[in-house]
Design a protein around this ligand. Structure first.
Ligand code: HEC
Length: 132
């Protein structure tokens, strides 16, 4: 009794649906192949974007050497020994960071305040200490 019912259900279930399923399956297979190819391309592009983002984040620390050259060298010379009547500062590196930061950010008598951020000023100080 149970087996008969199952065969009946299978027969009814299969015969009308069989033709339609075959047609549908062919169409879907083509579509899936196209989707898979697109999926691989997208993955490669996403990896490249991630690498670029990481590189951008890594270049955040200020470059003390470049900042000194752009900001200070015009008055103090590339090597800190002075230029155009401005003083040699190579002997000033025994001062502590707070004092040098104050001079750079706020200026001192004839030296005008410099247009750098505090982290940039600190990077310049680190570079001068290592170089002068
Ligand atoms: C426009 C020219 C000019 C620029 C640009 C300049 N300075 Fe000076 N700097 C001076 C002059 C002038 C003095 C001497 C100030 C004084 O009379 O005590 C000086 C003095 C100093 C001193 C010694 C201060 C002292 O007590 O003797 C330091 C250190 C210094 N500068 C660092 C820097 C750094 C670092 C930069 C770049 C971020 C810079 N300066 C940019 C003109 C300049």
């Amino acid at each position: 009794m149970g087996v008969l019912l199952l065969e009946l259900l299978l027969f009814i279930g299969c015969s009308p649906a069989a033709d339609g399923d075959t047609g549908d399956t062919d169409t879907q297979t083509d579509t899936d192949d196209t989707d898979d190819t697109d999926g691989i391309d997208t993955d490669v592009i996403t990896d490249t974007d991630t690498d670029t983002d990481t590189d951008t984040d890594t270049t955040v620390p200020p470059d003390g050497a470049a900042l000194y050259t752009d900001t200070c060298a015009v008055c103090h010379g590339a090597d800190g020994t002075g230029a155009d009547g401005n003083p040699d500062i190579t002997g000033e590196m025994d001062r502590d960071d707070a004092e040098l930061l104050d001079i750079i950010l706020n200026g001192k008598s004839d030296m005008p305040p410099q247009d750098v951020t505090e982290p940039e000023a600190q990077a310049i100080i680190d570079w001068m200490r290592a170089t002068f």
